[in-house]
Design a protein around this ligand. Structure first.
Ligand code: DX5
Ligand code: ZN
Length: 217
């Protein structure tokens, strides 16, 4: 399993120390949550902090933008060093703009993910599976770390896994929100490839929490 610790739950007075612990764990990715106070009712980091994290980490940088202006901020965070840029389908006005943002990000040499909130039917991402690298299924309402996993996410992941396999799309399924060893096991069984975990990783021993997710499946 690919594990992507979410730095939203980091102790920011210990940033370097915690980053080093993540580097020494089985984590291959680092999940960076960007919030604009409009698309979600919270604010997080901007491009300057993202660039500094980039400088101090060799991990694959997985940037999740929970913002209304996905077109503008995708440029900003690709520039800040994202290896994969995931934006929300709900932030786009029509299919044409979704396709335009996807190909723009690809032309900038960055991988592309599409995310959906828990209330959006998973079938809404099906038309894009041949042109994206990853689908990010939100298993909590986006905006805050530390919420409980929504059980109905398991069925959404299974439906997406079936569609991806049926058409042999090369798309990863990432799950974000309320992931710990128990919920991680459920979503791994349902077909997830990447687990995002914030509080579970940073409120416990980092190396062993990551390892408990890494060994799933
Ligand atoms: C929620 C964020 C998540 C968050 C997950 O809006 O997208 O990445 O950091 O945190 P936990 O694992 O604590 O639910
Ligand atoms: Zn996230």
């Amino acid at each position: 399993m690919i594990v992507a610790p979410s730095i939203l739950s980091m102790d920011f007075t210990q940033t370097l120390k915690q980053l080093q612990e993540v580097e020494s764990s089985k984590a291959k990715w680092l999940h960076v949550d960007i919030m604009d106070g409009h698309f979600v009712p919270n604010l997080s980091f901007g491009p300057d902090i993202t660039k500094q994290i980039r400088k101090h980490s060799k991990l694959f940088m997985d940037v999740h933008i929970m913002v209304e202006d996905a077109d503008h901020y995708s440029d900003v965070f690709v520039e800040a060093g994202a290896n994969l840029l995931t934006f929300h389908l709900e932030a786009c006005k029509d299919a044409e703009s979704v396709h335009r943002i996807i190909s723009k990000i690809h032309h900038q040499g960055c991988q592309v993910g599409l995310s959906i909130r828990p209330q959006t039917p998973v079938e809404a991402v099906f038309p894009y599976l041949s042109v994206i690298d990853l689908v990010l299924i939100m298993s909590v309402n986006p905006g805050y770390g530390g919420q409980s996993f929504m059980e109905e996410s398991v069925d959404r992941i299974q439906r997406l896994r079936k569609e991806i396999d049926a058409h042999q799309h090369s798309v990863l399924i990432e799950v974000d929100g309320g992931i710990n060893a128990e919920t991680g096991h459920k979503v791994a069984q349902a077909g997830a490839d990447v687990l995002v975990a914030g509080s579970y990783v940073f409120k416990n021993d980092i190396v062993s929490a990551v390892e408990s997710l890494w060994k799933l499946k």
